[in-house]
Design a binder for this molecule. Structure first.
Ligand SMILES: Cc1cc2nc3c(=O)[nH]c(=O)nc-3n(C[C@H](O)[C@H](O)[C@H](O)COP(=O)(O)OP(=O)(O)OC[C@H]3O[C@@H](n4cnc5c(N)ncnc54)[C@H](O)[C@@H]3O)c2cc1C
Ligand SMILES: NC(=O)c1ccc[n+]([C@@H]2O[C@H](COP(=O)([O-])OP(=O)(O)OC[C@H]3O[C@@H](n4cnc5c(N)ncnc54)[C@H](OP(=O)(O)O)[C@@H]3O)[C@@H](O)[C@H]2O)c1
Length: 384
């Protein structure tokens, strides 16, 4: 497969393929501190194609219970007519379910609510010098919070939707290979649920998939190419190192399915991390089978909460530093997928430390080595 291979697709945000959920299962065991699920989506008849490393865009809908609470807080019925951004008109309720975000919003909504409610303190948050204060006010709040904190806001349905943002698609790294699982696409998704301001909240798309999608529900989808996150050709003996804690495992399940289907030649090493081995060792049997049949050469796991001290994937990399450096010296490609905020930075730090120690290099030489890994496309990231 060429480095930047991508497949032209007839589907996009304006013309998504309406797929349907075929199967889903909870990957996390009973008592787990998180809820991560495996989804299998039927693509039959779509002609939709993708490559390992691509993502699936999913257009979610909002939780109808939250939509109803917003309509109630506005003192409206939901049957009011509003312009449909796709053309024509629709009801307020339908627009809030399908088209507008009621969880992410900005100063436009704040300004409109503050003006109607005569809330000068809230209005002051929208001035350019109060940007940080606005950001901290927005954190953990949704549209319902703003309306409930400003009782009696008399916005018409049309005025209200005019200050909302559009409900956007969410991307998910594909966790299957078309060669192994034709006419379907698999996802590995962590359900986002948290409490804020005394109320339970759900991430729009992850709870849409977990709680609101049934076999008959329309799932608008399209492929987002991951041209920078590709496998070497199956005949290429380049070793690959995959670092995918949590849902970061998704593209690597796709890689391994593809490599088995194509009889790929090079060695493959997987680092996986999650909170507990007993409840969160996603796809454990599949990886055991890949180890047994040689698709996977080496598997290292880090279960962070199974001991007093945190154990993360980068600790397993450092433990295996000499061997990892030897693989890099043999031309291995290092892939990392998952949390961008902390994990990817710490994994990068571990790579630097390994190159310094086992390559016996100065900080400048390490920087040059890492730069070379990047420019030769042997250090690839899919982080979010
Ligand atoms: C290329 C790419 C690939 C991805 N692949 C995957 C994947 O394979 N699997 C996967 O699970 N995800 C993946 N993601 C992330 C995914 O796209 C979504 O961002 C994720 O599912 C959350 O979306 P949501 O609609 O459920 O939540 P949203 O409705 O977007 O809510 C998330 C937001 O809620 C707020 N929030 C969350 N927790 C708290 C809290 N405790 N307190 C206050 N506010 C909070 C934050 O503002 C956060 O941004 C990927 C992202 C990208 C860009
Ligand atoms: N708000 C929510 O409810 C929610 C739910 C799911 C995911 N998310 C977010 O979605 C992203 C992906 O989540 P995910 O479910 O795939 O898993 P994740 O949160 O990335 O966790 C996967 C594993 O990585 C560990 N980890 C934490 N910090 C790390 C670090 N600095 N270096 C290496 N490993 C580290 C975690 O350990 P510990 O957790 O034990 O530290 C856990 O064992 C994250 O940004 C996460 O914050 C949010």
């Amino acid at each position: 497969m060429s480095e930047t291979a991508h497949i032209k697709s007839p589907y996009n945000v304006k013309n998504p393929f309406i797929a349907h959920l075929k199967h889903s299962r909870v990957l996390t065991g009973a008592g787990a501190a998180k809820d991560t699920r495996h989804y299998e989506i039927d693509l039959t008849g779509s002609g939709m194609e993708f490559l390992p490393g691509d993502s699936l865009a999913v257009q979610p809908t909002n939780d109808p219970a939250l939509v109803d609470a917003v309509i109630k807080a506005l003192g409206l019925t939901g049957d009011e007519t509003v312009p449909n951004p796709k053309g024509g008109e629709t009801t307020l309720r339908q627009a809030l379910i399908e088209t507008y975000s009621i969880t992410e919003f900005d100063g436009k909504l704040i300004k409109a609510v503050a003006e109607k409610a005569g809330n000068t303190e809230l209005a002051a948050l929208t001035t350019p010098e109060r940007k940080e204060a606005l950001k901290s006010y927005l954190w953990g709040r949704d549209v319902l919070d703003v309306l409930q904190e400003n009782v009696g806001t008399k916005l018409t349905a049309t005025e209200f939707v005019a200050v909302l943002r559009k409900l956007n698609i969410r991307l998910y790294s594909i966790s299957s290979s078309l060669k192994a699982c034709p006419e379907q696409v698999h996802l590995t998704v962590a359900t986002v649920k948290y409490e804020s301001h005394g109320r339970m909240r759900g991430g729009v798309c992850s709870t849409f998939l977990a709680d609101r999608v049934e076999a008959t529900t329309s799932l608008p989808t399209f492929i987002k190419s991951g041209a920078g996150f590709r496998l070497p050709e199956p005949t290429d003996e380049t070793p690959i190192i995959m670092c995918g804690p949590g849902t970061g495992i998704a593209p690597f399940r796709s890689f391994l399915q593809e490599r088995k289907a194509t009889g790929a030649k090079g060695k493959a090493w997987l680092f996986f991390g999650e909170i507990n081995k007993a409840t969160c060792f996603f796809y454990e049997e599949e990886f055991a089978a890949y180890l047994a049949d040689g698709t996977l050469t080496k598997l290292d796991t880090a279960f962070s909460r199974d001991q007093v001290e945190k154990l993360y994937v980068q600790h397993k990399m450092l433990e295996n530093g000499q061997e990892l450096f030897d693989w890099l010296e043999a031309g291995a490609i290092f892939y990392v997928c998952g949390d961008a905020s902390r994990m990817a930075t710490d994994v990068d730090g571990a790579l630097h430390a390994i190159v310094a120690k086992y390559g016996n290099k100065s900080p400048e030489e390490v920087a040059a080595y890492m730069e070379n890994l990047k420019t030769s496309k042997r250090y690839r990231k899919d982080v979010y």
